[in-house]
Design a protein around this ligand. Sequence first.
Ligand code: ADP
Ligand code: MG
Length: 344
Amino acid sequence: MDLKNLKRGSVILLLVFLLSACQQQLAKSQYPLHYSGAIMGTTFTIKVSSLTDSLTSDALKTQIKALLDQLNGQMSTYQQDSELSKINQNHSSEWITVSESLYIVLKQANVISKLSNGAFDITVGPLVNLWGFGPNDMSFAAPTDEKIAQQLSNVGFKYLLFNDDKHQIKKQNPMLYLDLSAIAKGYAVDQVGLLLEKNGMSNYMVEIGGELRLKGHNLQNKLWRIAVEKPAANQRMIQKVLPISNVSLATSGDYRNFFELDGVRFSHTIDPRSGKPITHKLASITILSDTTMKADALATALMVLGVDQGYQLAEKEDIAALFIIKTKDGFIEKASTSFVARLR
Ligand code: ADP
Ligand code: MG
């Protein structure tokens, strides 16, 4: 997390919020809480349609910012003294006690890894770094096969062991390096949502870097209207508008965070099986789920699997997924049965 996306001079906002221009002006000034800022190397926006008396808008913002800073301090690979960075620097196989939040995210990551047969894998960190998408490396060059093989030997979610009673983890391979960039933003969205709900607010939209949670209604007393962006690198156009609520939504795509070398595009999504960025024709994928953490991780998992295997998994596991596929004549959509049902 942190600065990764900004580093490439592009903001990885995969979604735009569709409101007509004047509606947007109106809505912006009238939302009792409309809070935007930067966190986790990307931007966030929070809108609450109706505030309760329990907290002022400023007090709520202070609490939200404190929560986001706390989560970043637990899960960032860009912050050298974060809880996760310390685990990454600890090259041993001892049991390590971790915070509750971090434990929950690591366990959910493990579930999605198993579900996707290793397509989603937070131990892919060394390869993310090798390909220049990590905290340190700014050199956008394809690494040699030898270097890839070297790093692959330290990748594998099976090397991360859990003790549920003690909230402990163990790196069976001491060189394991964990990267939560594909799941932590989703968890943070859920936690902000919970904070709002604890304070009695049930009509809100929380978004961090394109991962969203929607609850209740917008300022016009209608469902939230979320636009999935057309997955093209050099334009910002709307592919599809989803009127939805009481759901989480995440999008993964290869059209914002990538580098190009000799006309070949290298995505920031790495296939942990090959050690290389994905190259298939899937341009973006949008997932609807009950938690944003799950939606976030599933979006990356299905992005790695590609259209055919991804669609198969979505059908088998009842995942609501919208695939946007590149063809020579433009983009085509393919929705899983559960996605179609969810929007009916
Ligand atoms: P997107 O919106 O495209 O999903 P995210 O920032 O949510 O983007 O997730 C992409 C990040 O996840 C990458 O920058 C990398 O740090 C990490 N990542 C890349 N490949 C994988 C993978 N196969 N499994 C888990 N995390 C990955
Ligand atoms: Mg994501």
